[in-house]
Ligand binder design. Structure first.
Ligand SMILES: Nc1ncnc2c1ncn2[C@@H]1O[C@H](COP(=O)(O)OP(=O)(O)OP(=O)(O)O)[C@@H](O)[C@H]1O
Length: 704
């Protein structure tokens, strides 16, 4: 595996279609939710575009109309409104106009035109986009627009009241329409956000489960190479990034993009000249957005790398707090942390600076567009070339246009870092399990009631290196190790630190695969056996007993619900653990906190004997505790060991030679090789390495 895969350095990644395809594969399971969410989003976008348009209609047609579309009788040459208003003029509602359901055969369009407080009816004229060329004759009888002459009649105040009453009614209709659109938009936006987040969370939930179960199945060599902090970051931070990409980037970017295009189209349809004026600031917007993207990417990368450093340092310091305090190094460690923290602060300030420049620059461009719009648009409105409602709608559309530009620039960086997160997660998921379970596992020959094997162990010329491709003999940690342990025998492994004792234990459990030779149990190569079955019946008691949060009972039972409370108590009594457990305030229900920090090393060891024994293992591995344990507990432990090794093959990694004198066989290791093998008496009489070790320890114990 490449070393760089899980490093935090590489946090940016441009758009990668293969990664996106894989992400979409996960999204498939939530297609219905995401699909509905996208439809709702389209509705919200359409409503966002429609709302300013409705305002424009309200202003231009009914609130402050310079020209208002009405309909008069076609065959009424004299236009006598006053005499029979209802017969000569109709004021259809908006829907009637839109649907064309007013009497089109009998009525023709006319315009009510207002100038200097006086309203005229221009017969036969249709509402025009621009009144720049409109001219009312001095006698007030005719008017021309674009070279066509129309008949004009001035409208009396009474007649106007009828029109105004109709307008008021129409404004009410429009207000209700606007209100309804806003309510619909509210619910659509709610549904869109809720479903999108729900779907994304579900996608990330599935991915997180897959990732966790994948990590759980990895072999120990994988964990040797991948620090815990990084794996935690993968499952938490990187997953969060993907969640953010689904919720804040992918779908919402489509919305931003559609809104951008939609606004542009609607603006161009309403008034092309004004649209060009608004977009004259685009070069400034595009240049600053691209500068921002580059700068923001750099500062964000800095912030993330520094944050990862803070997290790693914190984890290490808090874990090692006991040592820090023992060695009185609080001040030095604090200073180290302070330096890292200051570094982090500097990068966050740099990040803030970039954002603090970008957003006001965008606001400046927006204000500039607005200024130009008011200047040119306002001038045109005075001239009658642009209607007031158009100007008002443009102000809203301009604002609506700048928001997605700002969002898209900011989201682009999230997309990049999410892509990098996704890539790292996929690389982790693609990491092959190095300890492969055989497709057709060989059943262990001597399986008997309750046990998978009887427990004969053989190492046959075993060569093993922690490196994947060892080159020289020096790269090997075990060099041609061969030994046998018959059923029920106890084998002690002794030797200097680093000689390979713990490695032998790991290999027997198949935590790593060997490069050369064979390891067999009951004559079957352990690589041909189901690894879970193999481990199930090898009980291990390690020096450093790991206790999970829960209570004493659950730590012995380890999720095996078939083990009853009575079994637990019985076994605890057998291994001399019941004595201290019963003295705990809650006994077997006493909570275990912080990996059992409130228990002594000896108590933890006794607990782990009980834990190993409840499964009645055929093979037992004991990594003897090196820490000093008081004599009384030591005796209890020794007694427990003597009891638990009975009837099973036992491998003991011994640190105190005094405890292994009764072992069937003692193996003396040095630098990965077996130097001597035999029982205590045989080895002593050899006067070799074991004799030296024994006399050394014996003399130490005498002097102590
Ligand atoms: N996970 C690992 N990755 C790489 N090298 C390792 C790993 N574990 C152990 N080693 C190396 O393998 C050699 C044997 O280590 P091992 O832990 O088996 O020794 P040991 O005899 O059990 O020592 P001790 O008595 O101190 O526990 C050592 O040189 C050690 O540095």
């Amino acid at each position: 595996m490449a070393e760089t895969i899980h490093q935090e350095k590489e946090i940016e990644k441009s758009f990668d279609s293969s990664i996106m395809k894989r992400l979409m594969h996960y999204a498939k399971s939530q297609w219905l939710l995401l699909g509905i969410s996208i439809i709702l989003m389209l509705l919200v976008t359409a409503l966002d575009l429609a709302i300013p348009y409705v305002t424009k209609i309200a202003i231009d047609e009914y609130i402050s109309p310079k020209q208002q579309q009405v309909y008069t009788l076609k065959d009424d040459p004299n236009v006598s409104l006053a005499s029979d208003l209802s017969a000569s003029l109709i004021l259809p509602s908006i829907s009637e106009k839109v649907l064309g359901t007013y009497k089109t055969t009998a009525y023709e369009p006319s315009v009510l035109y207002t100038e200097d407080g006086v309203t005229y009816l221009v017969k036969g004229m249709s509402r025009s986009k621009s009144l720049e060329t409109f001219k009312l004759a001095n006698d007030g009888q005719t008017a021309t627009l674009d070279g066509v002459t129309y008949k004009v009649k001035s409208v009396t105040a009474t007649e106007l009241d009828v029109v105004k009453a109709n307008n008021k009614h129409q404004i009410l209709v429009l207000t209700l329409t606007l209100g309804s659109l806003l309510v619909i938009s509210f619910f659509c936006a709610f549904g869109h956000t809720y479903l999108l987040n729900y779907g994304s969370q579900k996608i990330v939930y599935n991915m997180r489960e897959e990732l966790y179960s994948h990590i759980q199945n990895m072999s120990l060599s994988f964990f040797d190479k991948n620090p815990v902090g990084r794996l935690v970051t993968r499952v938490s931070n990187d997953m969060d990034n993907i969640n953010e990409m689904f919720t804040n980037v992918l779908v919402t970017s489509i919305k931003d993009f559609l809104l951008l295009i939609g606004t542009l189209v609607v603006m161009s349809i309403i008034d092309f000249k004004l649209t060009l004026i608004c977009f004259s600031t685009m070069p400034l917007v595009l240049i600053s957005a691209s500068i921002f993207r580059k700068k923001a990417r750099n500062v964000q990368r800095e912030v993330k790398v520094k944050l990862a450093k803070i997290n790693a340092t914190l984890a290490e310091n808090i874990n090692g707090m006991k040592i820090i305090q023992i060695f009185n190094k609080e001040k030095d460690i604090y200073e180290d942390f302070d330096a890292i923290n200051t570094d982090f602060l500097k990068s966050t300030i740099a990040e803030t600076r970039v954002y603090a420049i970008f957003r006001p620059t965008m606001n400046l461009a927006y204000s500039l567009s607005l200024g130009l719009l008011l200047w040119f648009g306002g001038g045109d409105a005075i001239k009658g070339a642009v209607e007031l409602g158009v100007l008002v709608a443009f102000i809203t559309y301009t604002q609506q246009f700048f928001r997605p530009i700002m969002d898209l620039s900011e989201k682009f960086n999230i997309l990049q870092s999410s892509m990098a997160s996704a890539e790292r997660i996929f690389m982790l998921l693609d990491e092959k399990e190095s300890i492969v379970n055989p497709t057709h596992p060989v059943p262990l020959a001597n399986a008997s009631a309750g046990r998978h094997f009887s427990g004969e162990i053989a190492f046959e010329d075993v060569w093993f290196s922690y490196q994947a491709n060892p080159q020289t003999d020096d790269d090997y940690v075990l060099k041609g190790v061969s030994f046998k342990a018959g059923v029920g025998e106890s084998i002690a492994l002794v030797g200097a630190t680093g000689s390979g004792k713990t490695t032998i234990i790991s290999l027997l459990n198949r935590f790593y695969d060997i490069q050369k030779g064979r390891i067999t149990i009951d004559g079957v190569d352990i690589r041909d056996v189901d690894k879970h079955k193999l481990r199930e019946h090898i009980g291990i008691v390690l020096q450093d007993v790991f206790l999970f949060s829960g209570d004493i009972k659950s730590n012995i039972r380890l999720y095996n619900e078939s083990i009853t409370d009575e079994n637990i108590k019985e076994i605890a009594k057998y291994v001399n653990a019941d004595g201290f457990i019963s003295k705990l305030p809650l006994g077997y229900d006493e909570p275990v906190v912080e990996r059992g920090a409130t228990l002594s090393a000896g108590q933890r060891q006794l607990l782990s004997f009980a834990r190993a024994l409840v499964f009645d293992p055929g093979i037992l591995i004991l990594d003897e505790a090196t820490s000093n344990i008081d004599t009384e507990t030591e005796l209890l432990i020794q007694d427990a060991i003597n009891k638990i090794i009975k009837g099973r093959t036992t491998l003991i990694v011994a640190h105190r030679l005094s405890t292994i004198q009764h072992a069937s066989k003692i193996i003396v290791m040095s630098k990965g090789e077996i130097k001597e093998m035999g029982n205590h008496q045989e080895l002593l009489s050899k006067r070799g390495m074991y004799y030296d070790l024994y006399t050394l320890q014996y003399s130490e114990s005498v002097y102590n």
